[in-house]
Design a protein around this ligand. Structure first.
Ligand code: ADP
Ligand code: MG
Length: 580
């Protein structure tokens, strides 16, 4: 007898389900898409803690007829596509007829629904692939889909779940993405046990996308939005609208980005590249600009059927769309971008530097302190000498130091310079013994869901190893009782910055401080460094410049921003018509 056998249908479904619902956030995405396809004006997402125990999406859309319920949860059953041609011009978010079946194969799924015109609702439950039969249910119009014990009978799958807070953070992101993309719809996200739920996100719906951006990202984003010019279209059936953030608001992550193609959030490399290109060169390598863009085009030109979760899409005429995006974004930025600089970065900066050897032990001053001698060695040596020769003349705008050097006038960004100094200091400390330093007054810090996920991952390992002593106070609030010794001016926001850094990319292999992206240290340095808008005395300026000269690479802050601009003597002579 041969050894190859046909898999039974239940197993086939479970395997296929893995591509559609690989984690709770994916289930939420599918259910929210169904609600949007049903024309909902209001969508409420409720999740238990952990979210895989219970998650629920409720809407006020068109509902499902009782007689259709068994089909709704069957594989390859959909109301959205009937013939192959429909697929070519698909305007709905769903079309594969797979999501409910997939979720029902790996969880206990309960679908309650009542079309607005129907006199009563109906309910149907599927438990790990076994569908019950529809029963009447008393309910208002709309649909409520509940998913319980996701992967409950599939330990092999359950073990890939991350921590409750990490999975929750992913859910949060999904809801945020759709709440912005479909800003006309009211979204609510509630977390916790029934009766003790907290509202984590709420949008009002309405015609202005800015209201949704404000609700989701806060004033930091909403106050700086630059709208794309409204456009008549170029006769090619493509329209582009939305907002960008000024280039200086770049981030190490892409959470401040949304690209919606006919209402579908998409990851399309070419299109995203085109948008990011419009921000260059003002955005350093490894950082990402903010934008939320809505593109509409003939649905026949979008093929979303290339990825099971429909994240990737293929676009016919991609170059054309990319060009439109580039021009629209560049035009929106043009109003806000500076002219060609007369002052040049002293040394061209590029990516954050790859961990150069630390030159020497120099104590780092809270506000710049003692003057260390510049070490000699390596390629950066001559440039450190140049920096060591700088004489501060004045502080300008409480942000910049004007200094005189042998070859020109220098403008030094006091924050970027101090960041570089702190960065190298922290890196040195991280390699030395780590001791805790108790705080007289513990800090109370409230964490975002993402920060909390990072805290959970680090609380029993790295945090105590580094010298942090932290107590959970309930909710997402912590008391920080001790910090690593030698961290000088470390503040509560330095601590949360570390958690952000971890969330965004971990700390690299072995969770070292200076992992490949050095994100943690760079962020900590940023928070600890003297801020712009702080007056510095002449001695402080001198000390900062000297400390900068002692760093392994004074050219840039750890994020790759330049620390200094120079106006050369030749350039000044030339502009005054003095030179030959
Ligand atoms: P698809 O969305 O690809 O059609 P699903 O498995 O997600 O497949 O859903 C199957 C069908 O169930 C949908 O085609 C739709 O008719 C119905 N349905 C699912 N969710 C809802 C909802 N929230 N409101 C109305 N109908 C729904
Ligand atoms: Mg669907």
């Amino acid at each position: 007898m041969g050894r190859i056998r046909q898999l039974d249908a239940g197993l086939v479904n479970q395997i296929a389900a893995g591509e559609v619902v690989e984690r709770p956030a994916a289930a939420v995405k599918e259910l929210v898409e169904n609600s949007l396809d049903a024309g909902a004006a209001s969508i409420t997402v409720r999740v238990g803690d952990p979210c895989w125990v219970r998650l629920e999406v409720q809407d006020d859309g068109e509902g499902i007829l009782a007689e259709d319920l068994p089909l709704a949860v069957a594989r390859h059953a959909t109301s959205k596509v009937r013939v192959a041609d429909d697929l070519l011009a698909c305007t709905s978010l769903g079309f594969r007829g797979e999501a409910l079946a997939a979720i029902g194969a790996v969880a206990r799924l309960t679908v309650r629904s009542r079309p607005p015109q129907a006199p009563a609702g109906a309910v149907l439950t599927v438990a790990y692939g076994e569908a019950g039969s529809p029963a009447p249910a008393a309910m208002g119009p709309g649909t409520r889909v509940t998913v319980e014990d996701l992967f409950g009978r599939l330990p092999a799958r359950a073990k890939y779940l991350r921590s409750p807070s990490a999975e929750y953070a992913a859910v949060h992101q999904v809801v945020a993405r759709y709440a912005v993309g479909h800003y006309r719809v009211r979204f609510r996200l509630l977390r916790g046990d029934p009766g003790a739920e907290r509202e984590e996100l709420a949008t009002q719906g309405g015609e202005d996308p800015r209201a949704a951006l404000l609700a989701v990202f806060g004033t930091e984003v909403a106050d700086r939005l630059l709208p794309l010019a409204s456009e008549a279209g170029e006769g090619d059936g493509i329209t582009v609208s939305g907002f960008v953030l000024p280039a200086d608001l770049h981030r190490p992550h892409r959470r401040w980005q949304g690209l919606y193609l006919n209402g579908r959030p998409v990851a399309n490399w070419t299109l995203r590249q085109a948008v990011e290109e419009a921000f260059r060169p003002q955005v350093p390598e490894g950082r990402h600009p903010g934008f939320w863009l809505w593109v509409t085009l003939d649905p026949a030109r979008v093929d979303p059927n290339v990825h099971p979760a429909k994240l990737e899409v293929r676009v016919d005429g991609e170059r054309l769309v990319a060009g439109r995006l580039y021009r629209a974004v560049a035009a929106a930025l043009a109003g806000s971008s500076p002219a060609v600089p007369l002052w040049q970065p002293v040394f061209p900066t590029s990516a954050p530097d790859p961990a150069p050897a630390v030159a020497r032990e120099a104590p780092v001053p809270a506000v710049p302190g003692p003057v260390p001698a510049p070490p000699a060695r390596e390629p950066a040596a001559p440039l450190r000498e140049a920096v060591a020769d700088l004489v501060p003349l004045a502080q300008w705008q409480a942000k910049y130091i004007i200094a005189q050097g042998p070859d020109g006038l220098y403008l030094i960004d006091q924050h970027a310079a101090h960041e570089r100094v702190y960065y190298e200091h922290f890196r040195r400390l991280a390699r030395e013994a780590r001791l805790a330093q108790p705080l007289l007054l513990p800090w109370t810090v409230s964490l975002s869901p993402e920060q909390w996920a990072a805290y959970e991952a680090l609380k029993d390992g790295l945090l105590p190893e580094w010298g942090f002593a932290v107590d959970a106070l309930g909710g997402r609030t912590l008391a920080v009782r001790a910090i690593p010794r030698g961290w000088g001016e470390v503040r509560a926001d330095t601590f949360t910055a570390l958690l952000d850094a971890y969330h965004q990319g971990g700390f690299g292999p072995g969770h070292s401080w200076d992992g490949p992206d050095q994100g943690a240290l760079a962020m900590a340095a940023c928070k600890a460094a003297v801020k712009a808008y702080r007056g510095l005395r002449r001695e402080e300026m001198g000390a900062l410049l000297a400390a900068l000269a002692a760093t392994a690479d004074p050219r840039s802050c750890p994020h790759g921003r330049p620390t200094m601009l120079r106006l050369t003597l030749e350039e000044v002579d030339r502009r005054f018509g003095r030179s030959s």
